[in-house]
Design a protein. Structure first.
Length: 748
């Protein structure tokens, strides 16, 4: 018998090229993922494949080692395997999948609409003759979707592999394993890996904790595995978010970089690996707890999507995520309304008259959405009781919430309401009536956290209760917006009564519940909040309209948090609020201009008791609300840019609109630099061949002291783009924790 003819597939989109070796007999592997190589004919593709085979090193396998998208040890690869599991007695712990077929689809096409098909044989034998066809559309400039089907007859497993290069140049891939053997297959894990070239010598990912999310950490990509595991039952404030490998010294605008994101809201793992034979990989998938997935004959498991982005610099890498998100049909299209959330204004002190007055004051400064936070339901006077009893508290709200909602709507604002559906206080009617609804292992409840336990949302009775209560409250009270919170980790998360590990099923059940709420309440927007920013991932955003980046709205810390949340999400999806003069979480005090100038680069909101603000503060805040309304179309459609400045005390970031016709920049001073003033700063992202007018944004108090501001202030100054991106201009000599905003518009 003869092997199938070699089949090398190339996809191109958004300046990215992906070349897959699908020649078999094993799983497809990546020959190139990086800058677009241009149109490649069959001879060039076959030549690339031949040129990619490494030499046979001493004391190594006698055949070339293949590292497929789902790496297998049976090929001789000694790094992290993609699929781990076994049958009773240890069978099928090692796999050697053989390719049955490969199909190439145009993006968005149905399964039957194939551009090219490589069928290994009618019987699926890897050694039978096969057809091989390539079509220009399979490696044109608009991306595409590859589906590969493979079988391991000895292990009794099938594997389906999906690879998509989206129009943005963003890559995503996932795998599905199916048990077609005679007994159960206990799955331990299924992940995917993408190779990066030897030029990738450094790794950057994010860490963090509550109220200090997404802190960057950087290290060399040495031999071994840099493994990030999330075992919190949610994405986690300490999640890697985007795990990046790149050329030495890469920054926001320099150095080729490759990054991956695991789109999953439960336990997960992401890693960067360099093995002894030189391969460098970025990989990840769901982290399964023991026994969570056991496949009966015919049963299947699909991994989360692993997203991959590559570009020159971190800003361009982030832009691919933005382009993908903004192209989704469900991406928010209406202007993101100015929000007032009452949490840091009143906490649990709910009083109908006080909240009605707060709504009136909010409308006067330009608020467009009023959100009633925690404390509205039965028994909820603090955070130790009531959670789970989703009925309006008759003692606090004798007339219900509808009068407040009607007042808010009459003022021209939409009305939002806080829920935390997945959690329960043991001191609640729900927990007393249904102790068997709490996740637990036999003989003990999980350690308490925030006086909370976790409901078993995968239990159909729990799902039905939560769906009924949420939908009823939303409909009865004309709720337009739901803030969906999730305030504790899933520890000892076992399913009653057996105590079997439940995080996998819980995560899928939460997705189903969110989908059901959206179906029952069309038009209602949902915010993902999880102790602040502990559930920020692309899969939760398939079901929600924004995330709450952090419970910390201290403007100094928010500069850091928003800077790195931007590595995955565009500003319109990231809630960012103006707090009171003294920050709730840190005790720092900041001028309103710094608080508002920070919040402007997100989905702008307020979390402050405006009835206690002075008339001057409310007037200044109204000016900032007006500035947000003026610039939100730009901020929410443009490209985020972050300057690589030598002095870490001074930051410059901004948003450049489509076509670089307009931009908004913030110059931020976070500490006292060694030398001063900062000197000329360049404005990244503008076109050198255009002329621009630069004008300060002055909705608040900004010094006009000539010892602080440069002579061109308050502008405008008109300069060629070549000067602004090449030489720069002087900016104010700001005190620490102050910012100056610059609006730039093309004049020719």
């Amino acid at each position: 018998m003869t092997h199938a003819a070699p089949s090398v597939l190339a996809l191109r989109a958004g300046g990215v090229g992906l070349v897959l070796d699908a020649s078999g007999p094993g799983l497809p592997s990546v020959l190139h993922w990086g800058p677009d190589l241009g149109p490649l004919d069959d001879a060039a593709l076959d030549g690339l494949r031949a040129a990619s085979v490494p030499p046979q090193i001493g004391n190594g396998p006698d055949v070339p080692v293949t590292v497929s998208l789902v790496p297998e040890g049976s090929t001789g690869f000694t790094g992290t395997p993609g699929l781990t599991g076994h049958r009773a007695g240890g069978a099928a712990w090692s796999t050697a999948f053989r390719l049955r077929s490969v199909a190439v689809h145009p993006l968005g096409a149905p399964e039957a609409d194939l551009v090219a098909t490589h069928d290994r044989s009618p019987a699926g034998s890897p050694d039978s003759p096969a057809t091989s066809s390539r079509d220009d559309a399979a490696h044109g400039g608009t991306g595409g979707r590859v589906v590969a089907e493979a079988t391991d007859d000895e292990a009794g497993l099938d594997l389906s592999l999906e690879v998509e290069l989206l129009a943005s140049g963003l890559l995503r891939t996932r795998a599905t394993v199916t048990n077609r053997g005679p007994g159960d297959y206990d799955l331990d894990g299924l992940g995917l890996a993408l190779p990066v070239p030897p030029a990738a010598t450094e790794v950057l990912d994010l860490a963090g904790r509550w109220a200090k999310e997404r802190v960057p950490q950087r290290r060399p990509l040495t031999v071994g595995t840099h493994l990030r595991e999330g075992r919190r039952g949610r994405t986690g404030a300490d999640a890697a978010t985007v795990l990046v490998a790149g050329e030495e010294g890469f920054g926001f605008a320099r150095g080729q970089v490759w990054g991956v994101h695991v789109a999953w809201s439960g336990n997960h793992r992401a890693y960067a690996e360099r093995v002894y034979s030189g391969e460098r990989l970025l990989g990840g998938g769901e982290l399964l707890l023991p026994g969570e997935v056991s496949l009966e004959p015919g049963g299947s498991y699909a991994s989360p999507w692993l997203y991959g982005s590559t570009a020159e610099g971190l800003d361009a890498l982030a832009a691919r995520f933005y382009d993908h998100l903004r192209a989704r049909p469900a991406h928010p299209r209406t202007p993101r309304p100015v929000v007032l959330n009452v949490w840091e204004a009143v906490y649990f002190d709910h009083d109908a008259t006080r909240l009605r007055d707060l709504a009136t004051t909010a409308a006067e400064v330009g608020v467009e959405r009023f959100v009633l936070d925690d404390g509205w339901f039965r028994g909820r006077r603090d955070d130790t009781a009531g959670l789970g009893d989703w009925f309006v508290d008759e003692e606090v709200w004798p007339d219900g919430l509808r009068p407040l909602a009607d007042h808010v709507h009459a003022l021209g604002m939409s009305f939002g309401l806080w829920f935390e559906p997945e959690m329960v206080n043991p001191d609640s009617d729900l927990a007393r009536a249904h102790p068997d609804w709490l996740l637990q292992v036999p003989g003990r409840l999980p350690v308490p956290s925030r006086s909370q336990q976790v409901l078993d949302v995968a239990n159909p009775d729990v799902h039905a209760y939560l769906l009924d209560r949420i939908v009823t409250v939303v409909r009865d009270n004309a709720v337009d917006y739901v803030k969906w919170d999730h305030n504790r980790d899933l520890v000892d998360a076992g399913a009653p009564p057996t105590g079997a590990a439940r995080v996998h099923a819980q995560t899928l059940a939460v997705y189903r519940l969110l989908d059901a709420v959206r179906a029952a309440c069309p038009g209602v927007e949902i915010e993902s909040c999880s102790s602040g920013g502990a559930r920020v991932d692309l899969e939760i955003l398939e079901r929600t309209d924004r995330v709450w980046a952090s419970d910390c709205i201290d403007a100094h810390d928010r500069q850091h948090i928003q800077r790195w949340t931007a590595q995955l999400l565009p500003p319109e999806l990231v809630g960012s609020h103006v707090g009171s003069g003294r920050a709730h979480t840190t005790g720092r005090s900041h001028d309103l201009s710094f608080r508002a100038g920070t919040a402007l680069f997100g989905h702008f909101g307020i979390e402050w008791d405006l009835t206690r603000a002075t008339p001057a503060e409310r007037a200044e805040l109204a000016g900032w609300v007006g500035a947000y309304r003026t610039h939100r179309a730009l901020v929410h459609t443009g490209r985020t840019v972050r300057a690589d400045l030598a002095d870490g005390a001074v930051w410059l970031h901004g948003v450049v609109g489509p076509g670089a016709d307009e931009a908004l920049y913030a110059v931020v001073v976070l500490d006292r630099p060694v030398t001063w003033p900062p000197g000329r700063l360049v404005l990244p992202g503008l076109r050198p061949d255009r002329t621009y007018a630069v004008t300060p944004v002055l909705p608040g108090t900004v010094s006009t002291d000539p010892r602080v501001v440069p002579p061109w202030w308050p502008g405008p100054v008109v300069l060629p783009g070549s000067v602004l991106v090449g030489a720069g201009l002087q900016v104010p000599a700001l005190d620490p924790d102050h910012a100056a905003l610059l609006h730039v518009r093309a004049t020719g």
